[in-house]
Design a binder for this molecule. Sequence first.
Ligand SMILES: Cc1ncc(COP(=O)(O)O)c(C=O)c1O
Length: 344
Amino acid sequence: MIDLRSDTVTLPSSEMKEFMFHASIGDDVYGEDPSVNLLENKTSDLFGKEDALFVPSGTMANLISVLTHCDRGDEMLLGNQSHIFKYEAGGSSVLGGVHSHQLNNNNDGTIDINNILLAINDTEDTHYAKTKLLCLENTHNRCYGSAIPMKYFKDVRDALKPHALKIHLDGARIFNASVALNEPVDKLVKNVDSLSCCLSKGLSCPSGSMVIGTKKFITRARRLRKMLGGGMRQSGIMASAGIYALDHMIDRLKEDHINAKNLSNEIFKINGLEIDTTKVKTNLVFFKLIKENLNANQFMKQLSEEDIKIDYKGNNIFRMVTHYGLKNNHIEKVVKTFKLILNK
Ligand SMILES: Cc1ncc(COP(=O)(O)O)c(C=O)c1O
């Protein structure tokens, strides 16, 4: 099976599993798991922030972050293509009573700074929910996996100076952004107050994400993690995968980016498929099926008969994600199969 639906399908390497097997563990809810403590320290150092918290998933990391920044009835601004808005079951609204105000995402994942400024309400006018938070995303999943450069975050931060607004970054794939932009992660996130990052995507851990911010923020976030049922006791087994990943799995993400670029260049040559290869900057490849007499379901079915899985986004648009689980000949096989199906 060649599974290109997501980088979440990655499995831990045997070296990672061996490392997990030997993890020192304790009860993390008591703060006594040495591996979790080490991962949290390592992460906050890497990102140049005061503290970090290990949580089960990216969704929980974002939810905890939003709920830590906002009280019930507060408003957050976020992109209309953001993962928090589209794919997290509306958790911030359901569980936190946080009002979401969606702003247009540009193709590169940014939101126009003027639109952000126009949307902020920090007056005492009782008609409006108070805007407390801006959520950004890097790399931006639905915006072609684009890596947003440091300058944008600096410009947003400068523009927000007159307002008491916090910035949270959904950095599920922040390491992809760092590798693509050749910028260390601490610089990339210098201008945000908090961020989440995933260990279970390109870094290939079985599960786990981090919430990162100030000591005060993480103290409150830790309480919310308990409240949401995310206190995992001997979670050092999982945390040790994260420790291994931070040391060994970041640099190799460039291979995923090269594979994505090669794959997109091949797709460009196939009649019946449409792609803008200039948008492929990290490990996500979006393309459109434009062949008459072949619909999305038929295409997916024929691919699955050849043991290939890709992600359908609707409107004849598909996403493929390159990752650690791909072997040398996989890209070749996918391209060959696409050609066979489309030339029928
Ligand atoms: C940008 C982004 N944020 C958050 C998440 C959520 O992560 P998880 O699947 O671990 O809940 C994902 C998952 O694909 C993602 O792509």
